[in-house]
Design a protein around this ligand. Structure first.
Ligand code: NAI
Ligand code: UGA
Length: 433
């Protein structure tokens, strides 16, 4: 398993649980050190228990030395593909480096399995690198669909399994070996789609683009509700009852963030443009714009409830992670809004059950409190920006005793509006009256 981040560490532990002998490699010595001690290098529910479980079997070892992968039959590539520093395209430096380094250690029957999310065309290019180094070795692309916060469950019980393989006998061999890796119980009853490289690569970005579009669709409806006096949560419930639409991923609010949806739709636009098909996914620019407008709207709403300026106001921001049950702050809408308010002169205190350390590293100028009550103390406004259970279940009466002014902005439509209003709070939310 090459790359032991949010994807690779979970995949490594899960494959060991299935009974495979797994060697995990990462260039980041601190991650390797944590995993060697049976600790998760980041917060992901269930991962530490899984590491303990597989630690007792001795089937998972970790290293910073790529040479230690020699002898493995199947090599999963799970390194990062972030947005480039200078544009929308994916930065493939890590994938290219990992595959070039791996190529030196490949045996003639080995299978290289790409799991990272890559622009269409990458697999074909890397297949040449693999074949150039070891003609017997085969490359497959096996995109990953796990969600952070549910990563262990999603890995061990996926919705579907997709393999992109070369044509002919080599493709059949690759698929058969992957079937062995994902043998029962993982694959029992799970739809399995075996296809070519480009389709497998496109399935991944198409899925994330669809999810991003669904979120931006409901957030566009929230904009309409705001100007027309409607309620987007009721609208979502009503359209969601139509099974063709479905209620999931129709939660309006601050929009999507994280290390995947934002960068994946941008990389898709960049790649489509390179292929001369930019028009086909031009709508994703709107999806991105709608999403970004939600953050600006939240800053405006805070300014409005604070009487036209946030300068000098004490603002409690509940949430730093891009979603609950994660410590991931990559492109986090919550942390972005907190930082913007700080720039405007507000005295911002951020609290989050798991993400404070990461947030402090990214936005050291903000003030942080681990305890939510300490964050609420003397606040002029409370902004709920990540819907952790701890925040959804806050007692509005107790919270009201701590703050200077009972004004709450529900950036995730996650609170019980009636209970907060009954406790004397001014309640404002995105897309609701
Ligand atoms: N995080 C998620 O929920 C999911 C991520 N993905 C995709 O998986 C890929 C990885 O994402 P994350 O795990 O979130 O990123 P991450 O940044 O958490 O982990 C990537 C890891 O790769 C390591 N690495 C970089 N270069 C290396 C090299 N040459 N050799 C060995 N290790 C190296 C890094 O040190 C880091 O630990 C991305 O393409 C992402 O789009 C796909 C599905 C879900
Ligand atoms: O490629 C990836 O890395 C992954 O990206 C997403 O997973 P993830 O980023 O972990 O989180 P999501 O649950 O998709 O949430 C993404 C963002 O959308 C927001 N969101 C989600 C749902 C919703 O209804 N509304 C909404 O604003 C969340 O708050 C969060 O900021 C996809 O859901 C996974 O299938 C995919 O594997």
């Amino acid at each position: 398993m090459i790359g032991l981040g949010y994807l690779g560490a979970v995949h490594a532990a899960s494959m060991a649980k299935l009974g495979h002998d797994v060697v995990g490699v990462d260039v980041d010595a601190s991650k390797v050190e944590a995993l060697a001690a049976g600790k998760s290098p980041f917060f992901e529910p269930g991962l530490e228990d899984l590491l303990t479980e597989v630690g007792e079997t001795g089937r998972l070892s970790v290293t910073t030395d790529m040479a230690d992968v020699a002898g493995a039959r199947v090599h999963f590539v799970c390194v990062g593909t972030p947005q480039s520093a200078d544009g929308y395209a994916a930065d493939l430096t890590y994938v290219d480096a990992a595959v070039s380094e791996l190529a030196k250690h490949l045996g003639p029957d080995d299978l290289v399995v790409g799991k990272s999310t890559v622009p269409v065309g990458t697999a074909a290019r890397l297949a040449d690198v693999v074949a150039g180094a070891q003609p017997g070795a085969i490359l497959a692309w096996n995109p990953e669909f796990l969600r952070e916060g549910f990563a262990v469950k999603d890995t061990l019980h996926p919705d579907r399994i997709v393999y992109g393989v070369p044509d002919g006998e080599r493709g059949e061999r690759a698929a058969a070996l992957l079937d062995e890796v994902y043998a029962t119980p993982l694959s029992e009853g799970i739809p399995r789609i075996v296809t070519d490289y480009p389709t497998a690569e496109l399935v991944k970005v198409a899925a994330n683009s669809f999810l991003a579009t669904k979120i931006s669709f409901i957030n566009a409806m929230a904009e309409l509700c705001e100007v027309a006096g409607g309620d987007v949560t009721q609208l979502a419930d009503a359209i969601g009852h139509d099974a063709r639409i479905g209620r999931r991923f129709l939660n309006a609010g601050l929009g999507f963030g994280g290390g995947c949806l934002p960068k994946d739709i941008r990389a898709f636009m960049a790649r489509a443009g390179e292929l001369g098909a930019g028009d086909a996914v031009e709508f994703l620019a709107d999806v991105d714009d709608i999403n970004n407008r939600r953050r600006a709207r939240m800053v405006d709403l805070a300014t409005e409830v604070l009487g036209g300026s946030v300068e000098g106001a004490r603002i409690a921001v509940l949430g730093a992670a891009f979603k609950p049950d994660s410590d991931d702050i990559r492109d986090s809408p919550a942390l972005d809004v907190a930082a913007r308010l700080g720039q405007l002169g507000a005295r911002v205190t951020v609290t989050d059950p798991e993400a404070i350390e990461n947030a402090r590293r990214r936005q050291p100028q903000l003030h942080y409190e681990q305890d939510v009550e300490d964050a609420l103390r003397d606040a002029d406004a409370v902004l709920v920006l990540t819907e952790w259970r701890q925040f959804r279940e806050l007692d509005p009466v107790r919270a009201g005793e701590l703050v200077a002014r009972r004004t709450v902005l529900d950036g995730r439509n996650a609170l019980d509006r009636e209970a907060w209003t009954a406790a004397g709070w001014t309640y404002r939310a995105l897309g609701r009256r």
